[in-house]
Design a protein around this ligand. Structure first.
Ligand code: BDR
Ligand code: CA
Length: 312
């Protein structure tokens, strides 16, 4: 029986790749794709979700949730890396911009429809999740599991010296989710940074004759240029696809229980994830953290997954 999942995304180039992998995976039943502001503003994120799904035209269309404006303006604009429209400037067209229910409602409805059976895969800032569970705390006990990408355990941040992008965008929401009783797993930068999609790997992706290949060949080259210009790096990170692999192939990852929180106020450290790793910790474990993975197998699973997606 396929696993029911909600993908909460801020597309975002690596979010789009994760959608390619998830929407065609026979082991997943993607009941909803909900947009959240992050890599691009909320309206654009919603538009991008619809455009990606239209472009890919998966066998089963998920419900789509529209991103609401965040309580505080996004403190950073991810378009420096993801292009003017969040998808490398691809300017994907939508057939007709549909009126959508807000992401929070779509997530709540999906959880209520099949209690304890839905996994939420959060690939952007945690704005939507915090809203859902603040509004209706009862729902926390009705979610199967939450897998989220972001934060950093031992290494530096990627948007400030201390903070990872998703946490930095909305630290208050991240804190709400971290402190909630949800069963949750974090896939941090310490792992996602270990995988670089090089030009060699890019050349192994499905070609443009397929819908998946066409989308990837449209949105990835601008990301390669942005990484080279910004970081002097030949190759790109695909954080969200790595996190998705933790949902599809959990045996490739080692998960350790940890006690974690998110800094919301620090002048230099807002959005930093803080772990109580003292010899005698005072905080209780509140989430699992992916601390190791079989890197080669994860890369292989991403490339093979994209080929399978392209065939369907
Ligand atoms: C995260 O930040 C975003 O830019 C990516 O889509 C990913 O979710 C990695 O820090
Ligand atoms: Ca993302």
């Amino acid at each position: 029986m396929p696993k029911k999942v909600i993908l909460d995304v801020d597309p975002g180039i690596d979010d789009a790749m994760a959608l390619c992998l998830a929407l065609f995976n026979p082991e997943l039943d993607v009941v909803a794709v909900t947009a959240v502001g992050g890599n691009c503003p909320p309206d654009q994120a919603t538009r991008n979700v619809q455009a990606i799904i239209e472009q890919l035209d998966p066998p089963r269309w998920p419900r789509i949730g529209a991103a609401s404006p965040p309580d505080h303006a996004l403190p950073v604009d991810g378009r420096y890396l993801h292009g003017s429209d969040g998808l490398g400037g691809a300017n994907l067209q939508v057939a007709e911009l549909r009126s959508r229910h807000p992401s929070e409602k779509v997530i709540s409805d999906a959880i209520r429809a099949t209690p304890n059976a839905v996994t939420i895969i959060a690939l952007g800032p945690l704005t939507n999740l915090a809203r859902v569970f603040l509004r209706d705390p009862e729902l926390t006990s009705m979610v199967g599991e939450v897998i989220m990408v972001g934060g950093t355990v031992s290494g530096p941040g990627n948007i400030t010296p201390a903070a990872e992008f998703n946490m930095y965008c909305d630290p208050e929401s991240a804190r709400t989710v971290f402190r909630s009783p949800l069963t949750k797993t974090l896939v941090p930068l310490d792992l996602t940074n270990q995988i670089v999609l090089s030009y060699d790997l890019f050349n192994k992706l499905p070609d443009e004759s397929t819908r998946v290949g066409k989308l990837l060949h449209t949105i990835l080259p601008p990301a390669f240029r942005a990484y080279r210009q910004r970081f002097g790096q030949e190759g790109i990170h695909v954080h969200d696809s790595v996190a998705l692999m933790a949902a599809i192939h959990p045996t490739l990852f080692t998960i350790e229980g940890m006690a974690a929180d998110v800094e919301t106020a620090g002048e230099l450290t807002s959005g930093a994830t803080v772990f109580d790793r003292r010899r005698v910790p005072a905080w209780r474990h509140n989430l699992g953290v992916a601390i190791a993975m079989d890197r080669e197998k994860v890369v292989d699973a991403i490339i093979q997954g994209l080929h399978q997606a392209a065939k369907r």
